[in-house]
Design a protein around this ligand. Structure first.
Ligand SMILES: [Zn+2]
Length: 545
C-alpha cells in the first residue's frame, strides 16, 4: 500500500515536470507589473506565447505553470502595458523629421539661423520646410512677416508652420508660386494677412495655408516609407506601441497596410481617414479595415482651428480681441451631412473641436444621430473649451473626450488672455470631462507636442511645465490621478478605438505589448516624471527597443 502511494506520487511529479508546464516563448518574473486590469491590480510575472499574454500572476504561479527558454528576472523593475497615443499625426511627424525643427525658438532671428543651417544640410531640396515656431515664446509676441525670410532666401521657397499647424509663414518665393494674392483676399475657413499697403505679409491661417502648400513637391514613395519607419523607431523608444493617426489619405493607409504585410512596420495604428469624397467612396465600397496592426473605421473632421492663432470658434468674442469670435472651418450643414453619412456607414466620427462654439455645434449634430446609451464611441478631438451647458452631452451620448494634456501646459501662459478668467475654467477641463463617462482618452497630438508620453503623464497629473511651474499646478481641480492618467494612455485609449479586448492591459489573451521602465511612474516624485526613461519596449512579445 505504502509502495503504491509512493509510486503514484513519483509518477505525478514526473508528469508535472515534463508535460505539466505550458511552453511559452518568454517569461518575465520578479517585476512590478501594473496590469491595468479592471481592479488596477499588480502582478509580478507573466508568460507570453505567439505574441499574446498566456498567463499573468505571481512568480510562484507563472514559474510553476510555464516554462520557456527565455526567462527574464527584472529585479523588481516596473512594467506597464504598451502605451497608446490617442491622437497624433504619426505619418506627418515622420515626414517632418527631415524638416527644420523650430520648436522652442526664442526669436525670429534664431529661426533664420536654424533654417540656414538646415539649408546647408539639405541643399538640393526644392523647398525649405520647417515647423514648430510659437510667437508666444518670443519677446515680440506678434505674428512674424516674411521680410527676414526674403532677405535670407530670396529665391528658394520657404514655408514654416506654427507649432499648432494652424498658421504658417511663407516667403515671397513661396507666395510667388500661387498668384492668389492679387485675386482672392477672402479665404473660406482661413485668413491671409495683409499689411497696410495691401500686400500679403506671408502669414497664412488654416485653409489659406493649403493655397501655398499644394505647390510643395510630392514625396517619393521611398521618402514616405522612410518617414513611417523613422516615426516608428522614435515611438518605440518612448514606449508607444499603438498610435492613433488623426487624418490620412487612402494612399497612405494602403502603404501602411503593405508595410505591415512585409513586417517592416509593426506599430499598431488606429487610423482616422480624412473626410474627402474619394476616401468616403473608398470606404463605402471596402468597409472597415481591421488587422492586428491596422484599424480603420473612422473619419477625422475639422470643426475649427486653434486657440493660439485665434482660429478656434467661440460662443462669444475673444477676451483679448473684441469683435472676433473665431470661425468654424465649414458651415454646420457640412458637419451634419458627414454625421449622417458616417452613421449610415457604421463609421466613427471624430471631430476636432477647440472653441466652445465648435464643441457646441458638433455635439448638437452628434446628438441628432446618436441615440442615448449608444456604443458608437464618436469622439470629440481636443474638447478644449466646453461650455458648462454642453459638457453633459458627452455622458448622455457616450461621446469620447480625446484630449492632450500637454496642450494645457503649453497654452496655460496665455489661455486666460484669450478666454478671460471665467471662461478659462471651462478649458482643458480633463477631470470634468472624465466625470461625464468615467473614461477619457489621452494623446499628445505630436508633432504639435513632443512624442514622449511621459510629458503627457506629467502634464495630466501635475499640470505643470518642464520647470514644474506653476506650483501646485495650473487649474489643479482638473488634475487626473496617476491611475487615471495611465488608464487614459492605455485601456481607455484602447476603448476609444474599440480595441479594449485586444490591448490596453496586461491580461491573458491580449497582445503582448508592454514596456519596462527605469523608475516607477506611479511612485516617482512629480518633478522626475518627465524624465523617466523606458528601458525596453515589447510588441507582440518581441523586443522592438
Ligand atoms: Zn491633431
Amino acid at each position: 500500500m505504502m509502495k503504491k502511494t509512493l509510486m503514484i506520487a513519483i509518477l505525478a511529479l514526473a508528469l508535472w515536470s515534463c508535460g505539466g508546464k505550458i511552453e511559452a516563448d518568454l517569461i518575465i518574473h520578479n517585476a512590478t507589473v501594473y496590469t491595468v486590469d479592471d481592479a488596477f491590480s499588480t502582478a509580478t510575472a507573466f508568460a507570453v506565447k505567439d505574441g499574446k499574454f498566456i498567463g499573468v500572476g505571481s512568480d510562484e504561479e507563472i514559474l510553476a505553470g510555464f516554462e520557456s527558454k527565455e526567462t527574464i528576472n527584472l529585479e523588481g523593475a516596473p512594467v506597464y502595458p504598451g502605451l497608446i497615443d490617442g491622437h497624433a499625426h504619426f505619418y506627418r511627424y515622420g515626414l517632418g523629421l527631415k524638416n527644420a525643427d523650430l520648436v522652442g525658438t526664442k526669436s525670429f532671428e534664431e529661426i533664420v539661423e536654424i533654417l540656414k543651417a538646415h539649408r546647408a544640410k539639405y541643399p538640393d531640396e526644392e523647398w525649405i520646410l520647417g515647423g514648430g515656431w510659437d510667437q508666444n515664446d518670443w519677446e515680440i509676441k506678434e505674428f512674424p512677416t516674411k521680410d527676414k525670410l526674403d532677405e535670407a532666401f530670396p529665391n528658394t521657397p520657404v514655408l514654416i508652420s506654427r507649432v499648432d499647424g494652424h498658421a504658417a509663414l511663407a516667403n515671397s518665393a513661396a507666395l510667388g508660386e500661387s498668384e492668389i494674392f492679387s485675386k482672392a483676399k477672402e479665404v473660406n475657413g482661413g485668413k491671409i494677412y495683409f499689411d497696410k499697403n495691401g500686400n500679403a505679409t506671408g502669414l497664412l491661417v488654416d485653409n489659406a495655408i493649403d493655397l501655398i502648400a499644394k505647390f510643395i513637391p510630392a514625396q517619393t514613395k521611398a521618402d514616405q516609407v522612410e518617414a513611417l519607419l523613422m516615426a516608428q523607431q522614435n515611438c518605440f523608444e518612448v514606449g508607444l506601441t499603438s498610435v492613433v493617426d488623426a487624418g490620412l489619405e487612402v494612399e497612405t493607409i494602403e502603404l501602411i497596410d503593405s508595410l505591415n504585410k512585409t513586417g517592416d512596420l509593426k506599430m499598431r495604428l488606429y487610423v482616422m481617414a480624412a473626410p474627402t469624397e474619394e476616401n468616403i467612396d473608398y470606404f463605402k465600397k471596402k468597409g472597415k479595415i481591421k488587422t492586428d496592426h491596422l484599424n480603420v473605421r473612422s473619419f477625422k473632421v475639422y470643426g475649427d482651428g486653434a486657440l493660439g492663432s485665434r482660429g478656434a470658434s467661440l460662443l462669444t468674442d475673444y477676451s483679448d480681441d473684441p469683435g472676433n469670435d473665431g470661425f468654424l472651418l465649414q458651415e454646420a450643414a457640412y458637419y451634419d451631412q458627414l454625421a449622417k453619412t458616417f452613421y449610415d456607414m457604421g463609421f466613427q466620427m471624430n471631430t476636432h473641436c477647440i472653441g466652445d462654439n465648435s464643441n457646441h455645434v458638433v455635439l448638437d449634430i452628434y446628438s441628432k444621430y446618436l441615440p442615448e446609451d449608444n456604443d458608437l464611441r464618436w469622439k470629440i478631438e481636443h474638447a478644449q473649451v466646453v461650455s458648462r451647458d454642453d459638457i453633459d452631452k458627452f455622458g448622455k451620448y457616450n461621446v469620447v473626450p480625446s484630449v492632450q494634456p500637454t496642450h494645457a501646459t503649453s497654452d496655460m501662459y496665455w489661455a486666460a488672455d484669450r478666454l478671460g478668467e471665467e471662461r478659462v475654467k471651462t478649458a482643458y477641463a480633463f477631470k470634468d470631462l472624465l466625470d461625464q463617462n468615467g473614461y477619457i482618452a489621452l494623446g499628445s497630438d505630436f508633432p504639435v507636442e513632443d512624442i514622449n508620453p511621459m510629458y503627457g503623464f506629467h502634464a495630466a497629473t501635475a499640470r505643470q511645465d518642464a520647470k514644474n511651474w506653476p506650483e501646485g499646478g495650473w487649474q489643479p481641480e482638473n488634475k487626473l490621478s496617476r491611475e487615471e492618467a495611465l488608464k487614459g494612455m492605455t485601456i481607455w485609449a484602447a476603448y476609444s478605438n474599440f480595441e479594449e479586448k485586444e490591448k490596453g492591459s496586461i491580461e491573458k489573451g491580449k497582445f503582448a505589448d508592454f514596456i519596462i521602465a527605469e523608475k516607477d511612474m506611479m511612485k516617482a516624485p512629480e518633478s522626475e516624471l518627465r524624465n523617466l526613461k523606458v528601458k525596453a519596449t515589447y510588441l507582440d512579445g518581441k523586443k522592438v527597443y
